[in-house]
Write a protein that binds this ligand. Structure first.
Ligand SMILES: C[S@@+](CC[C@H](N)C(=O)[O-])C[C@H]1O[C@@H](n2cnc3c(N)ncnc32)[C@H](O)[C@@H]1O
Length: 315
């Protein structure tokens, strides 16, 4: 089991600030021996059950402002990262997706858009080849042969927090996602699904909040069909030292302030920032995915490693 050792930083301003305030201001600099323990709630050491309770509390608190805060904190860049996830996922009509820690539904909605656009393109191609049929007739013939506009694709959003999903369901209604979608309350570490049910498993910005990441990865493996794909979008470790320092300043000095001003909640956003810092770096997380049994594990850094997408196959 890995251990986090937060040491006081030995350099300049950070050292002085740490000394004066007794608080670690730039944890990335302090992690001379940085390793990961799952039962950390941010920088606080807690028991497994305490972590679950506290994480639940955080997402209860942030649920209402979650989407707007996401846009503000990442300056909208999280949308580009999620689109990248979709491009790597390459779902096809008929795909059964499980989006774990799906929260307010962004990834599942993008998935449905993607499938929809693929089906429309297919129908346009059919329309060209079946010159004498109208759009309506083709659409009807799709329905008669049991094919809907999603080609049988379905997305299940599974999250441990009902409040996050309540806001997600409202958003789905507003945006018109009425078909091909279901919402299930469930714990990623003990998924309420039978073995080998899904083609694709995604988890976006969720896995670092889990008390048992290893168990969550094993569950991902269990519910995927042979040939199924695992994809995880998560904050990661920046390799460029200059970007890393700017990012640390922004994270620790700006994000909690935004949290306080927009959502009236400094503490939850302080936790989110701390949990990002403690999440395993790219290679370490890759090894954890491999340990769960996945093959061809790979990762793509996004925005200098601020986030990364890890992927693997169940063969
Ligand atoms: C930062 S949000 C991410 C939401 C969404 N995936 C997105 O990218 O916008 C993290 C989500 O993980 C969920 N979560 C935390 N621990 C979980 C667990 N053990 N099982 C399932 N969901 C969990 C939280 O309830 C929360 O909705």
């Amino acid at each position: 089991m890995a251990v986090v050792v937060i040491k006081r930083c030995g350099v300049g301003l950070c050292h002085r600030l740490c000394g004066i305030t007794g608080r670690h201001w730039f944890p990335r600099l302090q992690h001379t021996d940085r390793q990961y323990i799952e039962t950390q709630f941010g920088f606080e050491r807690v028991s497994e059950s305490e972590k679950r309770e506290k994480v639940q509390q955080v997402f209860d608190n942030v649920a209402q402002k979650y989407d707007i805060m996401n846009d503000l904190m990442t300056l909208g860049i999280h949308r580009l990262w999620k689109e990248r996830l979709l491009r790597l996922m390459k779902p096809y009509p008929g795909t059964q997706l499980l989006d774990v820690a799906g929260g307010t539904g962004d990834i599942a909605f993008l998935f449905l858009d993607y499938i929809h656009s693929q089906r429309e393109a297919q129908m346009h191609r059919d329309l060209k080849s079946w010159q004498n049929l109208s759009w309506l007739e083709i659409s009807k013939s799709y329905q008669e042969t049991g094919q809907d506009l999603l080609g049988g694709s379905h997305a299940v959003i599974c999250d441990i927090n009902p409040k996050m999903m309540t806001f997600g369901k409202k958003k789905a209604q507003q945006l018109g996602y009425t078909e091909g979608l279901s919402w299930v309350v469930g714990n990623a570490e003990e998924l309420p699904f039978v073995d080998e049910k899904f083609d694709i498993y995604t988890v976006g910005f969720g896995i670092r909040n889990m008390a048992h990441i290893k168990q969550a990865l094993q569950e991902a493996y269990r519910v995927l069909k042979p040939g199924g794909r695992f994809l995880c979008l998560e904050f990661s470790q920046v390799n460029n030292p200059l970007i890393s320092r700017i990012y640390d300043l922004y994270s620790f000095q700006v994000i909690p302030v935004l949290g306080e001003v927009i959502a009236g909640d400094w503490k939850s956003y302080q936790y989110l920032v701390e949990s990002i810092r403690l999440f395993p770096a790219q290679e370490e997380f890759k090894a954890m995915i491999e340990d769960a049994g996945f093959m061809k594990v790979n990762y793509h850094n996004l925005t200098s490693g601020i986030a990364a997408i890890h992927s693997g196959f169940k063969l």
